[in-house]
Structure formats: C-alpha cells, structure tokens
Ligand binder design. Structure first.
Ligand code: NAD
Length: 322
C-alpha cells in the first residue's frame, strides 16, 4: 500500500525539498504551511494553508496515522532575525505552540514515525567562544546555555518530543541541523542566512565593487548543502536511532572564506568591508562522530561546490526579478 507522509512547514526551504523528495519516493504527501512555497513548485498530493499554532488546524491536518510526519514548521530566520532580540517572544511562543500541538495530536492519531528538526543553536554558548575549537558533540548540550531564545525553544521541544516518546511511545527521530543552504532557500527580506545573503550581496555588486560583512569575518561556521541534509534525514528516519544527532558539515570555514567562495562563483573581483552587525557565537562546527557511528554515514561534499550551485540560483532569481 502507498505510504503516507505529512510535511509541516512545506512552504519553507527544507520542508519543500523534503515534500518533493518523499513524493518522488512514492509517498502520498500532504504539505502544510501558513504560506505557499514561493520558491519551488511542490509535487504534493494535498497542500493545506493553515496556522499550526491553532490546535484545531493541527487536529484537521493530522487526520490519520501517517507513516511519516516531518515537523519543520518554525518561526525562524538567520542572524538578522534571531540575534537582534526583537523577535524573541514570537520565536519562543510560536514555535513552542506548534510543537506542543503536534506532539499531542501525533500521539492521539498514532502517527508511526515523527521527525523533528532541532538546531545547532541549542548548544551552549561557552563551547563556541573559540573560533578554532568549538565543541558541538551531542553530549555537550548540558548544562544548557544557548545564546538565543531560538536555541532555548529548540532545546525545550527536543525534550518535549523525547518525553512523548518515553511516556506515550511516540516514535521520534531528532536531528540538530547545522546551517543548511541551497537553491529555493530564503535569500532576501531579513530572514536569509549567511550563505544566501553572501551570494546575494556578491551577485548584486558590480565587478570591482565592495560587499559588507557583519563583524570581522573571522567567526567560523560550517554549512551543509540541502541534498546532503535530505540524505541525512532519510537515513535517520530509516534507522533505529532516536537522536538527537547532528546533521551538518564538518568543513569549518570563516565567514570571510564563505564570502570568497561566493565571489569565486561569480568570477568578480570584490573587496570586503567589515561592519557592525549581529554575528552569533564565535565558532561553530558540526561534530560528526555520532552520526558516523550510528548511521555509518556523514556528509562530505566540499562547501564551494554547494555555494557555486546556490550562487547560480540566486543570480538567476535576481535576473528574473528586475
Ligand atoms: P523556513 O523558514 O524556510 O521554513 C519554516 C516554515 O515554517 C516556513 O515556511 C513558515 O511559513 C512555516 N511556519 C512558521 N510558522 C508557522 C505556523 N504558525 N503555521 C504553519 N507554518 C508555519 O526554514 P527552514 O530553513 O526550511 O527550516 C526548517 C526547520 O529546520 C525549522 O524548524 C528550523 O528551525 C530548522 N533548522 C533549519 C536550519 C537551516 O539552516 N535552514 C538550521 C537549523 C534548524
């Protein structure tokens, strides 16, 4: 019989990709979001526009014992959204409500397997002060000290889903995503993250011009291309490992290096101007020991390959938007 999947947040970047992947794999797929997916056409069988903060909407969309449920809906954005402090109440309130509604209804409806996307932002700030030696092993999460309310909400919701698993047998899988990027992601408007923002700035700049970088650019991060993220999610769902497990790249680069890759993709020659701006922690990198041990797999595509593909997509968006 055809398997069924529900993708919450299918109007978004990762949810849209997951929904299309599941459809291609032969699932019957329902997507749900407050908005349509503005960047990629969805192949889903059913798409519901609804606000998942409302328990009546969640009751309506989780109307059967789905084989797989992917909970990706969240009030989120890049550093310009998460670290300014202006959106803290919304981020915590909106995402926590969604997760509470979903955990409750998925249990009632006996959903067979549920994926929850947590984030590297839940790791303690104290382990991410040294840009060269961050510690993001899964078991370093406690004592908790995330540097943003977004991270605290993720930590709360990880625990929420794990509690439903222990008390009610909800079959969960939890991943901590580390900076996922690629085509069809948010690339302007204030919620975009560093790789897309950098590609956009480079694409907009004239050859010989200048782009702005928040901070000194020596803060480090790793970035995972969307295709490898999808493969990690699929492997986790097919495994018996509950998680939480990091799904991220361990190719750590500085933000200046990220900007250089975007510049190389463009063929332009640009200079960087460092300005004050929200930056988050000083250093972050995915620790992939656990995923290798449990799933016998880890991502390995070089960052510059993914940046080149993303740059091309953003350049095309800009051209078609003029
Ligand atoms: P996204 O913002 O593109 O997608 C999230 C979607 O949730 C959006 O389409 C949004 O409209 C929807 N949504 C928000 N509030 C809603 C509501 N009340 N009802 C219905 N839908 C609602 O983000 P994304 O990058 O695709 O991220 C997906 C998930 O992965 C999120 O939970 C995010 O926190 C997590 N995550 C992403 C990254 C990353 O680098 N992209 C990193 C770590 C964790």
């Amino acid at each position: 019989m055809e398997k069924s999947a529900l993708v919450l947040g299918a109007g978004g970047f990762i949810g849209g990709h997951i929904a299309n992947k599941l459809k291609k794999e032969g699932f019957w797929v329902r997507g749900v979001d407050v908005k349509h997916n503005e960047h990629q056409g969805l192949l889903v069988d059913d798409f519901v526009i609804g606000d998942l903060r409302d328990p009546r909407v969640v009751e309506k969309v989780i109307d059967r014992d789905f084989d797989e449920l992917y909970q990706l809906a969240a009030d989120m954005g890049g550093a310009g959204y998460i670290f300014t402090g202006e959106n803290d109440a919304n981020v915590m309130h909106n995402s926590a409500l969604i997760n509470m509604n979903v955990a409750h209804e998925a249990t009632l409806r006996k959903v067979k397997k549920l994926f929850y996307s947590s984030s590297a932002c839940m790791y303690p700030e104290r382990n991410q002060l040294d840009p060269d030696n961050p510690n993001l092993a899964e078991d370093s999460a406690y004592p908790a000290e995330p540097d943003s309310e977004y991270g605290w909400e993720k930590l709360f919701s990880e625990r929420l889903f794990l509690a439903f698993q222990r008390n009610y047998g909800l079959n969960v899988r939890i991943a901590r995503f580390h900076n996922i990027f690629g085509p069809f992601g948010t690339w302007r408007g204030g919620k975009e993250k560093a790789p897309a923002a950098m590609c956009r700035k480079v694409a907009e700049a004239p050859d010989g011009g200048e782009i702005e970088i928040w901070g000194d650019g020596n803060q480090t991060r790793s970035f995972l291309y969307i295709d490898e993220c999808l493969e990690g999610v699929r492997r986790l769902m097919d495994s018996d490992f509950i998680g939480p497990v990091n799904i991220g790249s361990d190719e750590m680069v500085s933000i200046n290096q990220l900007a250089k890759y975007a510049m190389e993709s463009s063929g332009k020659n640009l200079s960087f101007k460092h300005i004050a701006g929200p930056q988050g922690v000083r250093g972050r990198n995915s620790d992939n020991r656990l995923i290798k041990e449990k799933l016998n797999w880890a991502p390995n595509q070089p960052l510059k390959v993914g940046i080149a593909k993303t740059y091309k997509w953003i350049e095309d968006q800009l051209k078609s938007n003029v």
